[in-house]
Design a protein around this ligand. Structure first.
Ligand code: PFF
Length: 458
C-alpha cells in the first residue's frame, strides 16, 4: 500500500482506456454474428435498449464507487460497507476476471495466428471455399500445442502492458490503439460499401426483421450488453479508481457507451458488406470471423492487405480489453495485499495463462476437465461468466447502491465534476431498480430453464 495511487493523465486517456476495455472481441466477433442471426436491426434495437436502461446505470455505478473509494472492487466494497459481506461482490469480480481472461486469452492467441497466416499469404488457398477455411480453423484450434504458443504470446503482451502501469501502460496503449481501430474499421467499411453488391450487407444489418427476433434473442442481447460494456466484474470500478474528482462521470459513461456501440456497428458494416459482395453466408454464426472472412478476403484485390488489417485491428481490440481484465486481478493484489504491480501482474498473468491452456486443451487437443458436464471447459467458462457471473456482479452493484450505500451518497460522488448537479434521486433510484430487476429476472430465467427444462422466456 506504500505506493501512491496512479491516476489517468488526461480525461481523453481515461475515456479511451475505458472504451478500449469495452470494445473487444465482443464487438467485432460476437455482435455482428448475433445481429446477423437474430433479426438484424430488430436485435440492435433491443440491444440499444439494454445498453441504455441497464448498461448506463451500472457503468455509472461502477465509475462512482471506484472513484469514491480509490480502490479496486474488494477494497471498495469493504471501505463503503466495512465488516459486511459486500466485499464478496468484489471477490466475485476477481474470480470473473480469472474466468473470462482464461478463454479470452485463447481467442487472442487465435487472432495472432490469423495475422501470421494472413501476412504469409495463407488465406490465398482458402479463396471462396469456407469449407476448407473451416477445416483449417478446426485443425488449428483443436491441436494441442500450437494454439497454446499463440495464447502465451497474447498473454505476454497483456502482462507487458499492465506491468508498465496505469499511465505508462494502459493509457498509453489505449490512446494509440483506439484511434487506430476506428481508422482501420472506417477504411474496411468504406472498402466493403464500395464493393459491387456491398450495400446488400447494409440492408441485412440495418433492416429490422422482427420475425427473426425471438424471446431468447432478447435474453441474448441483455447478456451481451454486460459483456460488451465490460460490466459486472469491477473493470469499470477499477478504472474509475484511477480518476480524480474533476471528471464528469455521466459524460464519460455516455462516451464509452457511444464508442462501444458505434464500433460494433461499424464492424458489422465492414463485415457484412464484404460478405454480401462476395456471396458468402452471412448467417454463419461464430465462424463468421475465422472461417467466412478468411475465405472472402483473398477474393478481393489486395486481399492479403485487407485480411491482415482486419486481424490486426481485431488484435488491438482484444488486447485493450484483455488488459482491463488483468488489471482487475493485479489491482486486487496491489490494493489488498500490498504487492508490487510487477509481481502481481506476472504471477497472476501466468496463473491465468495456465488455466486458459485448459480451455484450449478442452477443444480437442487434450484433457477436458468439464467432460462430466457434457461441454468443453472453454464453453463452460464462457457460459458461466456471461450468463451468471457478470450479471450477478452487475445486479449486486446496483443493489449495493440502492440498499447499502444510499442514493444521496451516490449522487454526491456522481455530481462532483459535473456542472449541473441537480440530479433527481427518484430517477436514479428507478433506473438502478429497473437494472437490478431486469438482471435478476434474467438470471432466474436461466436457472429456472436449467431446472425445469423450459425457460419462462427465451
Ligand atoms: N468488453 C469486452 C468485449 O466486448 O470483448 C470483453 C470484456 C472485457 C468483458 C472486460 C468483461 C470485462 F471486464
Amino acid at each position: 500500500m506504500a505506493e501512491k495511487r496512479e491516476h489517468w493523465g488526461s480525461r481523453i486517456g481515461f475515456i479511451l482506456a475505458a472504451s478500449g476495455s469495452a470494445v473487444g472481441i465482443g464487438n467485432i466477433w460476437k455482435y455482428p454474428h448475433m445481429a446477423g442471426q437474430n433479426g438484424g436491426a430488430a436485435f440492435t434495437l433491443v440491444y440499444l435498449a439494454c445498453i441504455l436502461i441497464v448498461g448506463l446505470s451500472i457503468v455509472i455505478a461502477e465509475f462512482v464507487i471506484g472513484r469514491k473509494t480509490q480502490l479496486s472492487p474488494v477494497g471498495a466494497f469493504e471501505k463503503l460497507a466495512p465488516g459486511s459481506s459486500w466485499k464478496y461482490v468484489g471477490y466475485l469480480g476477481v474470480a470473473s476476471a480469472f474466468v473470462i481472461l482464461s478463454f479470452y486469452g485463447v481467442v487472442g492467441g487465435w487472432i495472432i495466428k490469423y495475422i501470421v497466416v494472413s501476412i504469409t499469404g495463407g488465406f490465398n488457398g482458402l479463396a471462396g471455399d469456407p469449407e476448407v477455411a473451416g477445416n483449417v480453423f478446426n485443425t488449428f484450434t483443436t491441436a494441442t500445442w500450437s494454439p497454446i504458443i499463440y495464447q502465451v504470446l497474447f498473454m505476454g503482451f497483456c502482462i507487458w502492458v499492465i506491468v508498465n502501469g496505469v499511465k505508462g501502460g494502459i493509457e498509453k496503449w489505449s490512446t494509440i490503439m483506439m484511434p487506430l481501430i476506428v481508422v482501420l474499421l472506417v477504411v474496411l467499411a468504406i472498402r466493403g460499401i464500395t464493393l459491387p453488391g456491398g450495400m446488400k450487407g447494409i440492408s441485412f444489418l440495418f433492416n429490422p426483421r422482427f420475425e427473426d427476433l425471438t424471446a431468447s434473442s432478447i435474453v441474448l442481447a441483455l447478456g451481451h450488453s454486460f459483456f460488451t460494456v465490460s460490466l459486472g466484474m469491477g473493470t469499470m470500478m477499477t478504472y474509475g479508481s484511477y480518476l480524480d474528482k474533476k471528471q464528469n462521470l455521466l459524460n464519460s459513461a455516455l462516451w464509452v457507451l457511444f464508442l462501444d456501440t458505434a464500433i460494433a456497428m461499424l464492424a458489422g458494416v465492414a463485415i457484412f458488406t464484404t460478405v454480401f459482395a462476395l456471396g458468402a453466408n452471412p448467417a454463419e454464426g461464430p465462424g463468421l470471423i475465422f472461417v467466412v472472412l478468411p475465405s472472402v478476403f483473398p477474393q478481393l484485390a489486395a486481399g492479403t492487405l485487407w485480411g491482415t488489417l482486419f486481424f490486426v485491428l481485431l488484435f488491438m481490440a482484444a488486447l485493450t480489453s484483455a488488459i482491463s481484465i488483468l488489471e482487475v486481478v493485479t489491482a486486487y493484489f496491489i490494493d489488498q495485499k500490498g504487492w508490487s504491480r510487477k509481481k502481481a501482474t506476472i504471477q497472476f498473468g501466468a496463473v491465468i495463462t495456465i488455466v486458459g491452456m485448459f480451455c484450449s486443451f478442452s477443444l480437442g487437443g487434450g484433457v477436458n476437465i468439464t467432460e462430466f458436464l457434457g461441454i468443453s471447459f472453454f464453453d463452460a467458462v464462457d457460459y458461466l461468466s456471461s450468463k451468471y457471473m457478470l450479471p450477478l456482479g452487475g445486479m449486486f452493484t446496483a443493489v449495493f447502491v440502492l440498499k447499502r450505500w444510499g442514493i444521496p451518497n451516490f449522487i454526491e460522488e456522481l455530481t462532483s465534476g459535473m456542472e449541473d448537479s441537480n440530479l433527481s434521486s427518484s430517477l436514479i433510484r428507478s433506473l438502478l431498480t429497473i437494472a437490478a430487476g431486469v438482471v435478476a429476472f434474467i438470471i432466474f430465467n436461466e436457472i429456472y430453464s436449467k431446472i425445469v427444462g423450459v425457460a419462462l422466456i427465451g
